[in-house]
Design a protein around this ligand. Sequence first.
Ligand code: ARG
Ligand code: MN
Ligand code: MN
Ligand code: MN
Length: 314
Amino acid sequence: HSVGIIGAPFSKGQPRDGVEKGPDLIRAAGLVKKLKAQGCAVKDYGNVTFEEVANDEPIGNVKRPRAVGSANQRLSAAVHAVKNDGHTCVMLGGGHSLAIGSIQGHAAAKKDLSVVWVDAHADINTPLTSPTGNIHGQPMSYLIHELQSKIPVLPNFSWIKPCVSAKDIVYIGLRDVDPEEHHILKLLGIEVYSMTEVDRLGIAKVMEETCDYIFSKVKKPIHLSYDIDALDPSISPATGTPVVGGLTYREGIYITEHICQTGLLSAVDMVEVNPKRGRTEDEISSTVNAAVDLIRGCFGKLREGNHPADYKMP
Ligand code: ARG
Ligand code: MN
Ligand code: MN
Ligand code: MN
């Protein structure tokens, strides 16, 4: 695997600071060294820098639209460049509003994508349905073709070109979905494996069905958008919107192992790690280490063990 890492230390798509520390914490936990040790070629592109936006007044109830629009435009260019260099892109957030730029930049390089969204939340509110006004609860709505007639004009959002079809999206791990979001998911017929389906089918069947679904017509590159709050808060408590009843560590890792073996993983987001939401050092390190392990699973680390193809027994 050839991996290009981009940090996006940005927190303004949601109200809690600390999430901008995610990229450097995940690096400090040894991400690059560990990926190299498992045989990956890794290039770290560093962190995207963001412009200060003054007078970022809400539009309707949408909070900090100018800062979020501008940050995502920069991120999108950075992801596009990593994809043009031929790497699988790993975007370290930051909050989940960054999926706008990450998916947009990925789509600019690869055209047609499948999106696998692993999260407690659907993040598909439109600016008009959002109960909180936080853009990290809305990124999918800006990207899905079928929703564009419902998206009002926002400052610094005009560069966004809807790039994903409802039929090319699979959600896994949902357990906190707003009524307005539930309506959208049903209206568009989006494929959802909520925690109920994870309970009913088991994670192996969920992943088998996920791949059958996304590969049923053409095999498109996969964008895996992984919100750390998909995992149960007993594993990843240091996050802004934890929800009980989440994926176990094993289920979370299984998802990455399965997506890896498709050979079609093209970009990964790892978002919403927020050290300021951890109550102890252990809570923070457990969350950060889970993020690192999930990324390692995306790039070939197997629990059965691995060895290099050219290994010679002494
Ligand atoms: N549904 C809620 C909202 O729209 C919560 C979203 C949480 N999103 C996240 N990326 N953690 O505000
Ligand atoms: Mn979430
Ligand atoms: Mn499969
Ligand atoms: Mn999310």
